[in-house]
Design a protein around this ligand. Sequence first.
Ligand SMILES: NC(=O)c1ccc[n+]([C@@H]2O[C@H](COP(=O)([O-])OP(=O)(O)OC[C@H]3O[C@@H](n4cnc5c(N)ncnc54)[C@H](O)[C@@H]3O)[C@@H](O)[C@H]2O)c1
Length: 432
Amino acid sequence: MKKLEKSIKNKKAKITIIGLGYVGLPLAVVLAEQGFRVFGFDVQKNKVKLVNQGHSYIADISSADLQGVLKSKKFSATTDKKILKLADVIIICVPTPLDKYKQPDITYIQSTVKEIARFIRKGQLIILESTTYPGTTREVILPVLQKSGLKVGKDFFLAFSPERIDPGNQKFNVRNVPKVVGGITPKCTKLTSLVYRSFLDKVFKVSSPEAAEMTKILENTFRIVNVSMINELALLCGKMGIDIWEVIEAAKTKPYGFMPFYPGPGIGGHCIPLDPFYLSWKAKEYGFYTRFIELGGEINDQMPHFVVTKVISGLNRHKKSLNGAKILVWGVAYKKDVADPRESASYHVIRDLWKKGAIVEYFDPYIPEFKIDNKNLKSIEYQPKNLKHYDCVLILADHSNLNYDEVAKKSLLVVDTRNAIKNRKFKNILWL
Ligand SMILES: NC(=O)c1ccc[n+]([C@@H]2O[C@H](COP(=O)([O-])OP(=O)(O)OC[C@H]3O[C@@H](n4cnc5c(N)ncnc54)[C@H](O)[C@@H]3O)[C@@H](O)[C@H]2O)c1
């Protein structure tokens, strides 16, 4: 342990990041900037190629930053598994999706760990960052690694530390969001904390990987429950003729005990719609039903349908039906200013619009092409003068730096699920 501790402290430790996605690539660059020799390992050859050419495909990390660490020879990417043997520290950042029954799919973690086990050697530290249910590090990873005959806490070290990145957030990023760390043994926790302390002031140690795994799920459960609660209130406000957006602004003036959440067409992204269901699945092992999570999921799942109903009501005012109507979906990303459509409500909304006979086009400056049910859609080029050709403009993502007053002025009808159009004087707008 002393040797590894010393090599982390003096930045001589070699670090391999497995999975160069939204989480892994920024982390790799930041660690390389600290002076560690970092290897990025990914199964996708095209990603590895782009990384080695200095092209960042992740908005939160600039190509200039990537090129900086490539030039200093502190970072390179590979598809060669042997890199796992060379590493003193291995950080796993692979996907953790749900299957079609909303059950955890941890096959990416399992296959990664199988590879690590093939090459494991004394003195390695393995950290899992992928979001997962409490118990994964100890129950799924540890037994596979211990098959090598090496002992955890003595020969090798294992911990969980959740990634808390918020894509597109201008203020908080991998460089300034505190890390939570829970190791299988105190030595595992200590070594893992040292890695993150190399670039962060605040690392919060918890007593076990389970506590760290649960922390991440608590954070995302907090979000799904609150966003769903505000979506439910938005539905009610709609019926009562009250503007939910005005109410939230008013409630925000309370200096304590209130935190604003905003309604929308449905929660998307790789975290909030998925992670809480990792917990609800695990909870059943204990005969426990996580009702808040299930209810949050249920309300969230209904939002796209509600949005389509709003479009139908809007068209109805103009004596038009959705069948045959020309709809411009504005923003297919799951939220503003990101190039990420994963789990976006736009998939459900567009499918429903198609099912009801609408003709759909879309505009998204961040997502030039969008694949849905084997159909490849291409973003239109936005020309304000063309807005009048659509029966309805449906705003699903309120990307910044676009003139929404102009959209309101030039469109026949707008359904605005994000309060992108602030001015209430327009009569052709239906807000959520
Ligand atoms: N995206 C976010 O905002 C976010 C935030 C916090 C936590 N997380 C969690 O972090 C994890 C990773 O998410 P992401 O958004 O970075 O995913 P991603 O899909 O962007 O990236 C994952 C990468 O892992 C690679 N990969 C898959 N299997 C592999 C294997 N066996 N060996 C090597 N590479 C492999 C993929 O090719 C891909 O490049 C997930 O568990 C997610 O829940 C994501």
